[in-house]
Design a protein. Structure first.
Length: 691
């Protein structure tokens, strides 16, 4: 983040490196954030309310607030929640699964896990119900040879009774990961007969061992594909009508971008793309400020997303569980999400205890203070009552008008009177419960994975994150909090900073001692060429193309492989050394057993400039010149006369000790009692948290 910033009418600009005129748009559950990066290095930032019924409306609303010539914009990058919401809310397309005879129940069987570890209760709700699964005669052997060709007439006869109500079809045949000939034939036959149908080939979308994960991933693609096609079609039309010369590129869950044409082929790759963009931006901010390890904490209106950055790199996973027995196997930044946001509703449960979330008021009707018909108290209402949020300066480009009386009324009726508390103590209880909930998730991501939180800096962002960052860090034992210069729009900044990226996986099985290394190098070269071609088609200028190659490997007889980074060109001895080094680091020993290679992974990344503008450290000085007024704020069971800081007036080296409220156009930062806050050379606010 750059050191110069200013705030005007709900728009905040901050100094960045120069470059083309670019726009990043991140659509959240409550707000749509838009960031415009100017050629002179400034950022213009806008927050507008999201439009859940059609996200493209809020998207265009945000663009219209920028007051820029659309023809001058070189690219627009979009982080969207359409695919995520479609799966969570179960509003996807009517899908049909065509599979090999005898394999129609794979989606239910899964890996024989349970909804509840202790007990036999729980249900399985696959995206494709059993009555929409058809089994046909065909068979490919494990070596890729064809034992039985697909009968096209049999396939058409089986499909005919269902196609009037079907929007998309998943074709998933046994062993298709090593030969898609029968899947390709089925897809061609279906499209010839029903050309308007969407058809996903499981073997091509995930050419990898694992029957259940492959069909589940293909089912997610098919379930969201028609919804994404409808949304992106409306978006492209609106963007073109507004005069923008290029269609947007779309954020992926791996932190890279892809073209709309590629999204329509791999729509599930956009699931959780917004949080991934936030992690990319937060990790860059941490590295710039000198922190190698970070816990990112994105708190918006609906959810709280936590991720780790270790040694400057976001942590990745090859599989995310979207719901019980709905794994999505695509490369993704490892983000864990819980229902905790500014719109999380506070209520008393059946036992009379206070609970907060996961149900959210969203943007419509929103918290009670919005005055849009919301009657239940939310976390935002609690912060309004505690006067941590200034009702006269709400975020969102001045479109919101907050009413503190409505917040007080909602908390009094539903929480304070039933519990025999004052309104402010009830509001403090709501904040305490949500803070504990978020702190618990931060513990799971750090301590639960073997990391000491004292080795990390917490980076709270999102519209609500800085309101709670100090409390979360205090509860978890994280000594420092880094609040970015523009925390309320960090995910949108991640969209601006993201690079085109395409990930490929191919099964390449065998003992390492027997694999054809020349064939492996040829396969990697083919994947690199395909990735370069896709990056060129995106139309985004890049400085260079980077390639990351890895393999899934294990010792013979083991079930769970390790993902091992490899150098090019591939060399048998180097592969063995890399695996042993990774295994030693993970398990503390190496085994005397044959090494097995399962899959080859290849990521092709169009690297864009990442330099930032900074300035030398300045002498420390009190932040008195940045204090614009004081107001009573509720901390620790009492009202405190608290300084209110204008974030735009904070200069490099300014510091102060809380309690304090730091206000800016896109969010509010709470500096708790005894916490020391210092503005650094990059416009960040560093909080030193004490017990």
């Amino acid at each position: 983040m750059g050191p110069q910033s200013d705030v005007d009418a709900g728009v905040q600009a901050t100094r960045f490196s120069g470059g083309p005129l670019m726009v990043g748009v991140d659509v959240g559950g409550t707000f749509t954030d838009v960031v415009l990066r100017h050629p002179n290095g400034h950022l213009t930032v806008v927050k507008v309310p999201s439009t859940p019924a059609d996200q493209s409306v809020g998207f265009i609303d945000g663009l219209s607030e920028l007051s820029v010539d659309p023809a001058a914009v070189s690219s627009i990058v979009h982080g969207t929640t359409v695919a995520t919401n479609t799966v969570i809310e179960r509003t996807g397309a009517n899908c049909l699964l065509v599979t090999t005879k005898g394999f129609g129940d794979v989606l239910e069987l899964g890996r024989r896990d349970r909804p509840e570890v202790y007990g036999l209760r729980g249900t399985v709700a696959p995206l494709v119900p059993r009555y929409r699964r058809l089994e046909v005669d065909e068979r490919v052997r494990a070596d890729g040879s064809v034992a039985l060709e697909l009968n096209a007439e049999e396939l058409l006869a089986a499909l005919e009774p269902h196609m009037d109500e079907i929007r998309s079809v998943v074709v998933s045949f046994f062993n298709a990961y090593c030969n898609t000939i029968n899947e390709d034939r089925a897809r061609a036959v279906i499209l010839e007969r029903w050309p308007d149908c969407y058809v996903i080939s499981a073997g091509r979308s995930l050419p990898k061992v694992g029957e259940f994960e492959r069909v589940s991933t293909a089912a997610v693609h098919a379930y969201v594909q028609p919804v994404m096609a409808r949304y992106l079609g409306a978006l492209v039309t609106r963007v073109a009508s507004a005069g923008y010369p290029r269609s947007p590129t779309i954020m992926q869950c791996n932190g890279g971008t892809m073209s709309i044409e590629q999204v329509l082929e791999r729509p599930a790759n956009t699931v959780r793309s917004g949080p991934a963009a936030g992690v990319i931006a937060a990790g860059a901010v941490a590295g710039q400020a000198g922190f190698a390890n970070a816990i990112t904490a994105d708190m918006g209106g609906t959810s709280f997303d936590v991720a780790l950055v270790i040694d400057g790199l976001p942590q990745y996973t090859d599989e995310k569980l979207l719901d019980f027995r709905i794994p999505l196997r695509v490369p993704t930044i490892d983000v864990e999400t819980i229902g905790a946001g500014g719109g999380s509703i506070a209520a008393l449960d059946t036992a009379g205890f206070l609970s907060v979330g996961p149900r959210s008021a969203g943007s419509v009707p929103g918290p009670a203070c919005y005055g849009r018909g919301g009657l239940m108290p939310t976390v935002t209402d609690a912060n309004v009552v505690l006067r941590r949020i200034d009702v006269e300066q709400p975020i969102g480009s001045g479109r919101l008008e907050l009413n503190a009386n409505l917040s007080e009324r909602a908390i009094d009726e539903h929480i304070a009177r039933p519990l025999g508390l004052s309104i402010e103590d009830a509001a403090a209880a709501i904040v305490s419960v949500i803070d504990s909930k978020m702190a618990g998730q931060a513990r799971i991501m750090s301590i639960g994975r073997g990391h000491d939180p004292r080795d990390f800096v917490l980076i709270p962002f999102g519209g609500a994150g800085p309101l709670h960052g100090d409390s979360i860090a205090r509860e978890v034992g994280i000594p420092r909090v880094l609040v970015p210069a523009l925390p309320g729009v960090t995910s949108a900044i991640g969209c601006v900073e993201a690079s085109p990226q395409y990930d490929f996986v191919r099964t390449f099985r065998g003992r390492l001692e027997a694999i054809d290394v020349a064939a492996a190098n040829a396969l990697v070269a083919e994947l690199i060429a395909e990735g370069r071609s896709l990056i060129d088609a995106c139309g985004v200028a890049v400085d260079e193309v980077a390639v990351v190659v890895a393999a899934e490997m294990h010792y013979e007889g083991q079930r769970h492989p390790l993902n091992v980074d490899l150098d090019l060109p591939l060399d048998r001895e180097a592969i063995e050394r890399a695996f042993e080094k990774h295994y030693q680091r993970r398990y503390g020993a190496v085994l005397h057993a044959p090494t097995v290679l399962e899959d080859l992974h290849c990521s092709v990344i169009g690297v864009r400039p990442k330099e930032r503008l900074g300035q030398a450290s300045a002498p420390a000085q009190p932040w008195d010149l940045a204090i614009v007024r004081t107001r009573l704020v509720y901390f620790g069971g009492a009202w405190h006369d608290t300084p209110v800081i204008d974030r735009g007036l904070l200069a490099n080296g300014m510091w102060g000790v809380g309690p304090a409220i730091v206000q800016q156009a896109d969010t509010t930062t709470v500096v708790g009692p005894r916490t020391r806050a210092t503005a650094d050379a990059f416009g960040n606010l560093i909080l030193e948290v004490t017990k």
